[in-house]
Ligand binder design. Structure first.
Ligand SMILES: C[S@@+](CC[C@H](N)C(=O)[O-])C[C@H]1O[C@@H](n2cnc3c(N)ncnc32)[C@H](O)[C@@H]1O
Length: 320
């Protein structure tokens, strides 16, 4: 049997396309906005200037996908749709979904592969931050990361944490919520920091948080100002030279016994499907790549960190 061709591998190559394209169609029609009030398929069709049978079939699909609800002949939004899919709401993520499902994006990846020139990085970091800020799993997962790094929330001594390219900063806010003595400084662009501000309020830690709108590549991070630093999900977008420069500034910004935690996919000898996907995606969007633990170790030692320890497949800590 082993030498027979496997059609399932072929089905698998395109089976995942339908859901993303159906949400693209729904967003382009903007079916979620009229549903802010429970409506029939006909009412939605009218608002979207589309055919009512077509709209009904589309809405039924999103009921089955748990994005909408249906009671009698009326459709309404789930809390998820209401939060992320209604244009104009603060956490609207539709533009990010439209970017990722846009055929133009894949034409430009094709172009990158033909020419060897990655397109410039063009991610919707603001909408990504809004989604992330509601993640149910991120808080326990982040506490796990801090524990692996030897940072204990119950520590009584005051600690200052610098979260670089923080996004919504949920990873450091998880620690701040558990540690009243922790002060977090979040560095990111001003529009992303609006999300961090909102999340800090939702987590009731506003007084422990400072927002620092700045450019990661040029920001002066100061001298010995922080006990801890976190760099999450950004170093794989950066070139080795950019990483070296960033790590040098972080080293200077940490106190003598300071610790840096890096949370990022790291390359391994052999790829899994998801690590190979990530590399293709990163390279074609901005020329990034998952660097190896060994590369991080060399860069961190070069800039003066004394010890570098891999904590898991994607976490490492470096001590000054
Ligand atoms: C993938 S998100 C990671 C967010 C968060 N650190 C985490 O671990 O989930 C990358 C973040 O880097 C920020 N970023 C990218 N380039 C930046 C730059 N030049 N200066 C400041 N922030 C930047 C983006 O705005 C975005 O919030």
């Amino acid at each position: 049997m082993n030498d027979l061709p496997n059609p399932d591998l072929i089905y698998d190559l395109f089976g995942g396309i339908f859901k993303p394209q159906f949400i693209r169609i729904a967003l382009l029609l903007d079916v979620f906005t009229p549903l802010a009030r429970p409506s029939t398929a006909e009412q939605v069709a009218q608002a979207c200037r589309a055919d009512s049978t077509g709209i009904q079939t589309l809405l039924d699909y999103f009921v089955a996908a748990q994005i909408l609800e249906k009671h009698g002949d009326r459709y309404s939004l789930t809390l998820t749709a209401e939060t992320f899919l209604v244009r104009g709401r603060k956490a609207y993520a539709g533009d990010m979904l439209l970017d990722y499902t846009d055929p133009k994006m894949y034409d430009s990846i094709l172009e990158s592969i033909c020419t060897g020139q990655p397109r410039s990085l063009n991610e919707n970091f603001v909408q990504d931050a809004w989604l992330e800020s509601y993640s149910q799993t991120r808080i326990p997962n982040s506490l796990e990361m801090w524990k692996a790094a030897g940072v204990r929330p119950e520590d009584k001594k005051p600690l200052r944490l610098l979260d670089l390219a923080s996004g919504c900063a949920i990873k450091s806010f998880a620690l701040a919520q558990a540690s009243p003595n922790l002060r977090v400084t979040c560095l990111d662009s001003a529009d992303v920091l609006d999300v961090a501000r909102d999340l800090a309020a939702r987590m009731d830690i506003t007084s422990s948080v400072t927002l620092l709108p700045a450019d990661l590549f040029t920001a002066d991070l100061g001298d010995s100002l922080f006990d801890l630093a976190l760099v999450g999900q950004i170093t794989h977008y950066l070139t080795p030279a950019q990483n070296r420069d960033l790590l040098r500034r972080i080293h200077a910004a940490l106190t003598d016994s300071g610790t840096l935690v890096i949370d990022c996919p790291m390359s391994k000898e052999t790829h899994t499907e998801s690590s190979a996907f990530l590399n293709l995606f990163l390279w074609s969007n901005g020329g990034g790549t998952a660097h190896s633990f060994e590369s991080y170790r060399v860069w961190l030692k070069e800039v003066g960190f004394q010890s570098v320890t891999q904590l898991s497949e994607r976490w490492l800590k470096a001590e000054k």
